[in-house]
Write a new protein. Sequence first.
Lengths: 334, 334
Amino acid sequence: DEDSTEIEQLLSYDEDSAGGIMSTEIFSLREEMRVQEAIEALQQAEDVEMVFYLYVTDEYNHLVGVLSLRQLLTVPPQTQLKDIMTRDVIRVTTDTDQEEVAHLVARYNILAIPVVDDSNKLMGIVTVDDVIDVMREEATEDIFKMAGASEEELLYGFKSFKIARLRLPWLLVNLFGGVITGYLMWMFKATLEQIVALVSFVPVITGMGGNVGGQSATIVVRGFATGRIDMGTLRRVFFKELRVGFIMGTVCGSTIGLVAWFWHHNPYLGLVVGLAMVTAMTVAASMGVLAPTFFKKIGVDPAIASSPFVQTANDITGILIYFGTATMFLQLLL
Amino acid sequence: DEDSTEIEQLLSYDEDSAGGIMSTEIFSLREEMRVQEAIEALQQAEDVEMVFYLYVTDEYNHLVGVLSLRQLLTVPPQTQLKDIMTRDVIRVTTDTDQEEVAHLVARYNILAIPVVDDSNKLMGIVTVDDVIDVMREEATEDIFKMAGASEEELLYGFKSFKIARLRLPWLLVNLFGGVITGYLMWMFKATLEQIVALVSFVPVITGMGGNVGGQSATIVVRGFATGRIDMGTLRRVFFKELRVGFIMGTVCGSTIGLVAWFWHHNPYLGLVVGLAMVTAMTVAASMGVLAPTFFKKIGVDPAIASSPFVQTANDITGILIYFGTATMFLQLLL
């Protein structure tokens, strides 16, 4: 019967597309109708949950125009719909991504958006309340992914083992990165044994790199999600983040350099720690832009990939930069 | 004149409240009106951008009911509005927080919400398109704050110095925390000089603590924002995160313990590193819940305070737990 065909068709759409979230209960009118007939049709319509826009179709059910309910009340009853309708209708197709649907509804301040198939046949409608759910869902998803968690865990409530299994993969990436970082420190064992004071600045160098990289990655991931950043503006964003990282690196590097100098009474130690900090923070900022961009390009959600990878990469480069600088200036430090 | 009084009044509301975002152009009807009169009033109304709900007021402009436009078309023209209107209207007051307004609109799937003053006088209307802007803004704000950035920086475009100044405060908190962490490591200098191998696990211990704490903090901050977590469920959330942290700590601790054992051919080193990891990750998870809760209780936005504080606190406790454990088992390690 008709109902099961409809459900079958809905199931065939991607659940994150306009086709997957649209309602197929559309109240539409034919362009040859007169206003009086349209009002009568509206009075007889049942189960039409929310009517704000009246979509107008031609004889083949192609979407050709739109009317507001209030418009119907302000023209003579004998007027034909095609003479008063607006022909320029903002529409999406069944395979438009739900995030794009939300962007359009938000940008044009509309209450509903009609969904058509490839031949412009009216298939359904996405209303603003669905869009609100989409936006909330997408924001939560991004926030969770960026922390290496997953929105899926909301389904598990308080089942700790299932939740732990969802979060663990990202932690294991970091664990692996941490082992590499530790191994690199071990490679600089000779330098370390001569200047134990270097050890005290390891957490601050890796920590600050992680934070700066995290800030840049957050700006880029959210910028992609809201459409504020695209591949065209990315170059400018990259150089902006590089500058911001360098400026903040200079402030933090000078501070930590002075701390190192006066704490260990060694100006060269201050110089090494400070220089390493500036370099590590500038590199971290640029990686914060490059990592999500790379993941977007290869078709992986930037939000999911950014945080653990950026942090691991920053730890590794931070340690290399720090001990590399220290080894270079080793004679001055002794 | 009337216009400037209106603007003056709008300015007196908090910009994050219903009063601050509402539109004062409301089309309302009186309860004694008949349907025919209501339709005529609607036809004559100008400048009424979007009418989906018709709010009904009494003679003192108190909000008493609501009608839909379609309802008007389906009853006899002589019916009085008070006989067909719905009396149970979802409403907010001028000082309701915009986030709460967004929650209500999303929960009840409504297109607009009327705003009343303390005496139930109809003051304005917040429409769903304003709510969409609020939701997007609040999500971006939370995401940025959690990374120690700020939504304000969107205003600055590509002005690197201004952006750097906005992000720096949170980095400086971490810088200070990093110095304390380094100082604590220095206090354990004697232990370190005897077992240099301990150094190689410092980044992984502090890094994993930071990540676990970040995951828990993210769940709690977003839970507060969406209303999924409140002070009533917090106790359960705390124990859940504690369990999740312990489970993940056991997995990561065993892994890193085995790595340490076989790398440095010392089972006791494996035991110390593994135990420290389990403890640090469990403590970090609980702090990830406690920190945003504390900030919420003292009236500071949990999102802004969570990330840098959680990371700094985790670095410090991670180092103390690690070197504390190592010093306790020092005889076995040598």
